[in-house]
Design a protein around this ligand. Structure first.
Ligand SMILES: Cc1cc2nc3c(=O)[nH]c(=O)nc-3n(C[C@H](O)[C@H](O)[C@H](O)COP(=O)(O)OP(=O)(O)OC[C@H]3O[C@@H](n4cnc5c(N)ncnc54)[C@H](O)[C@@H]3O)c2cc1C
Length: 338
């Protein structure tokens, strides 16, 4: 047991002051508390941010023609919200593909973004891991890597970001809004929120110490409502992290692609999106041939590490399948049973 201090401020300024003094926020606790129990993370100070939820941080509401998701809105409340169900079915499907109903009731939107990798070496404090302890090595490259990355990996780390929700947020061009003590506030495009591992795999995101995620915004996505799909391939049908997932959204004029979004999960340290591949699809007929060419473009430079070599084929198939299902039409009931 590692001792830590615990505070529960009643207002945002109190939370920001605690963060400025080095405390780590706990929201739903579904990831952080597991990591603390395993000894993977040992914060000296925790600040419970749940008491500020009702100060505008738990809302899901319309925002400038798009959507605003409070950082402390629960994943379940977000997925089942009428605005999300009707206008952002891709986001809904991705959230409902994750975890379990009990976890989604507890997990928050902010916490989902900052959940940590599921690499077994990161969790196992008895093994080296550059992400947990920089400079110790990465046994995953030649070890248990079935779940791990094929794109954007580095010598130091091949971990993947495990979130489903983030894959849809990347596809839909979300923005993450943060605040810090002293009135600081900034908006981070989702593309820049998570990092590739490089030589600092211990740093998952570009959030700075002391910053609190307050909300996430999404632009209008009406043109994608009728043609979107989230495909998640995993070892079990529910309660399992993605081996590979693909979020696809099409804006079609007949069979011609007017606009398209494709993002992948389970393949990299951050949700993976190649916007050039999307641009190359615009104006083309939505066909399996065009989808396969886009998949090849998206997966350029991908490499396996042994156990995860199968992901090279799986990722291509997932992209083609997600686009094919999206073309057929959004399944508005998707994910409801999970
Ligand atoms: C058994 C199991 C299965 C799961 N399966 C899936 C799955 O299939 N797909 C999937 O996507 N996820 C899955 N998850 C992960 C789950 O979605 C995350 O644990 C959850 O989203 C984290 O949210 P939280 O509010 O509980 O975060 P916490 O555990 O409270 O926090 C996580 C991190 O975020 C930080 N943080 C939280 N809120 C803020 C904020 N507002 N500002 C700044 N920092 C913040 C915390 O300091 C911490 O570092 C699974 C989890 C478990 C336990």
């Amino acid at each position: 047991m590692n001792p830590f201090t615990f505070t529960q401020p009643k207002d945002v300024d109190g939370v920001l002051a605690a963060l400025a003094s080095g405390a780590r926020p706990v929201a739903g606790g579904t990831n952080l508390l597991d990591l603390m129990k395993e000894g993977t993370m040992q914060p000296a100070s925790l600040v419970d941010i749940n008491a500020i939820a009702t100060q505008g941080l738990d809302v899901v509401e319309e925002h400038e023609g798009g959507l605003r998701l409070g950082a402390l809105a629960r994943n379940a409340d977000t997925a089942y919200h009428a605005l999300v169900r009707e206008r952002y079915p891709l986001l809904r499907s991705a959230i409902l593909a994750g975890a379990s109903p009990q976890l989604r009731n507890m997990a928050t939107n902010g916490g989902n973004l900052l959940q940590r990798t599921r690499c077994v070496y990161f969790y196992d404090v008895g093994t080296p891991c550059n992400k947990r302890e920089p400079g110790t090595g990465c046994p995953a490259k030649a070890g248990i890597n079935r779940q791990l990355g094929i794109l954007g990996t580095s010598e130091q780390c091949i971990a993947t970001h495990p979130s489903d929700m983030c894959v849809a947020l990347r596809a839909l061009d979300a923005t993450v809004h943060v605040r810090s003590a002293g009135g600081g506030a900034r908006a981070i495009p989702f593309a820049d929120f998570h990092r590739l591992p490089g030589d600092r795999p211990d740093i998952d995101s570009n959030l700075q110490p002391g910053e609190l995620i307050t909300h996430i915004t999404l632009p209008d996505a009406a043109r994608f409502v009728d043609h979107s799909a989230y495909i998640k391939v995993r070892d079990r049908l529910s309660y399992a992290f993605a081996l590979v997932s693909a979020a696809a959204a099409l804006d079609l004029d007949g069979d011609t692609i007017r606009d398209v979004r494709i993002a992948l999960g389970g393949v990299a340290h951050k949700p993976w999106r190649v916007e050039d591949a999307e641009r190359e699809l615009v104006g083309k007929t939505a066909s399996e041939t065009a989808f396969a060419a886009a998949a090849d473009r998206i997966l350029q430079g991908a490499r396996g590490y042994g156990q995860n070599d199968f992901k090279l084929v799986l990722a291509k198939n997932a992209i083609v399948q997600a686009l094919t299902v999206a073309k057929r039409g959004t399944d508005k009931a998707q994910g409801v049973q999970q």
